[in-house]
Design a protein around this ligand. Structure first.
Ligand SMILES: [Zn+2]
Length: 294
């Protein structure tokens, strides 16, 4: 963002952040976002491969479009194989999150602390592994809808795989799925019957895949913000100054701009698209303000 930055701080009490402090604060968020994008791309590769494997398996089993569901009761043997693939993908995603979310530091102890903290993150009293599993299960049921619709339309395997990869985050926009909605009562697939509506999915995307990538990105962002607070505290900062890093309209971001006395030992969920950056604030006259790694 261009334009002049106004820092409102009592100069008799606090050291006024320098140009280079501001540059470092900004650069940290840019690095965080680059890492978040890289993580998201990696998660998408895992999900694309999983989708291909599940579609292929279901075609090999010659599933019937009308009675097909991805459940134990439809075909226990097929479901067992799908579950194994799901679990493997969940493990891969969780270790990717750990990897990218702890790249904010080179300190081994810090990495360990962050990894432990990350594992506790989640929502609605579910930890990260459980939330990952919930979203993964939704993704599997999204695939169920796609596979039922594609089988119904007599789509060949190679094309089915391409379609599912292409619409990885928009399963309910696949033309064959839209078509299936018009005859939804013919199907057993839960999200064909509901025409893509997920009751109780308030605040979540309609696609399990998107919930997974959002969760991965937000977890990384939280870990990076947490680690920065640890940096500030260890350096002896008495607070931090927050500035907006983007100019999209956001009251939450506007409100949080300015000086915050104290370094919190946890960090609130940075909401989607928040690029606000933080600069440590030191008491005036304090000697030897430490250097932060760029
Ligand atoms: Zn913000």
């Amino acid at each position: 963002m261009a334009g002049e930055i106004t820092i409102r701080l009592d100069a008799s009490r606090y050291q006024i952040p320098t140009e280079s402090d501001i540059r470092r604060g900004k650069s940290y968020i840019l690095q965080r976002e680059a890492m978040a994008q890289a993580l998201e791309a990696q998660v998408d590769i895992i999900l694309g491969d999983l989708a291909e494997a599940v579609v292929t398996l279901c075609y090999q089993y010659g599933v019937d479009p009308r009675t097909f569901t991805l459940t134990e009761s439809y075909n226990p043997e097929l479901m067992k194989k799908v579950q194994a693939l799901m679990e493997q993908a969940e493990d891969e995603i969780l270790s990717l999150i750990d990897d990218y979310a702890t790249r904010c530091t080179k300190d081994r102890d810090r990495m360990g602390l962050l990894a432990l903290w990350i594992a506790t993150l989640g929502s609605r009293n579910r930890n990260l592994a459980q939330v990952t599993h919930d979203h993964m299960y939704k993704f599997i049921r999204d695939l169920e809808a796609a596979i039922a619709a594609l089988r119904y339309a007599r789509t060949e395997l190679a094309r089915a795989v391409t379609v599912v990869r292409t619409y990885l985050h928009q399963i309910y926009n696949i033309p064959e799925v839209r078509m299936a909605f018009t005859r939804s009562t013919v199907f057993s697939a839960i999200y064909i019957r509901s025409r893509g509506i997920n009751p109780g999915g308030v605040g979540l995307s309609n696609n399990g895949s998107t919930n997974l990538t959002n969760m991965a990105r937000l977890t990384l962002q939280m870990a990076w913000m947490m680690s920065q607070m640890m940096d500030f505290r260890e350096a002896g900062a008495v607070g931090y100054y927050q500035l907006r890093g983007s100019d999209y309209k956001c009251e939450v971001c506007d409100e949080a701009e300015g000086f915050h006395l104290g370094i919190p030992d946890s960090t609130e969920w940075p909401h989607a698209n928040c690029r606000c950056y933080r600069i440590p604030v030191f008491v005036n006259g304090e000697t030897g303000a430490p250097i932060f790694s760029e």
